[in-house]
Design a protein around this ligand. Structure first.
Ligand code: ZN
Length: 191
């Protein structure tokens, strides 16, 4: 028999009441629904049906929530999305750059995610492009890929902007870009 691995739904089942006591007032109705969806996905709460095989073996299959926030329901979509992003990457090592919002602004992001994340995305892109374009630094246009996390292991909420930057870039004069002084290809995350 397979050992049960702790999943996000378990965390919500165990800690939902405490979590909502602390953060409930800051969550939107759709965010609260996402918590319920993830908690109840593929359980008797959402109903299901019995499937019987030719051998007579029966299994109960519970319905999925289909929430776009549910890790179970989105596993396939996430894998497809990652495969598509991998096609966009240059065939060079990348390095990871992380920007984290102060806690006070992180709380604001819960109530105004579109505005705060847009500002964060723009500020991070402008910062990296400006620094990289500076002739005293790289003097180049860098390739990059973006993602955002809304929590880390120490604090919640704590929106963090994560960027993967290619270790090569296009300079306006056509010369190749030197690697960063501490660049050790073995330390890069190859993706
Ligand atoms: Zn689900």
């Amino acid at each position: 028999m397979n050992e049960h691995r702790l999943e996000l739904a378990d965390v919500f089942r165990i800690h939902e009441a405490d979590f909502l006591t602390t953060w409930g007032a800051m969550l939107s109705p759709s965010q609260k629904k996402a918590i319920r969806d993830i908690r109840d996905c593929r359980t008797a709460v959402l109903g299901g049906h019995v499937e019987e095989y030719d051998c007579g073996h029966r299994v109960i299959l519970y319905n999925s929530c289909r929430s776009r926030s549910c890790p179970k329901c989105q596993a396939m979509a996430r894998a497809a999305w990652l495969a598509e992003r991998e096609k966009e990457l240059l065939p060079v090592p990348y390095f990871h750059v992380v920007f984290t919002l102060p806690q006070q602004i992180g709380r604001l992001a819960l109530q105004n995610p579109r505005q705060i994340y847009s500002i964060l995305f723009r500020a991070v892109s402008d910062t990296l492009l400006t620094i990289a374009a500076d002739p005293k630094r790289l003097g180049a246009a860098i390739a990059r890929a973006n993602s955002i996390f809304t929590a880390n292991s120490q604090h919640w909420p704590n929106p963090t902007r994560s960027k993967l930057c290619a270790t090569t870039a296009a300079r306006s004069n056509g010369s190749s870009m030197p690697r960063p002084p501490s660049a050790d290809p073995n330390k890069y995350s190859n993706i």
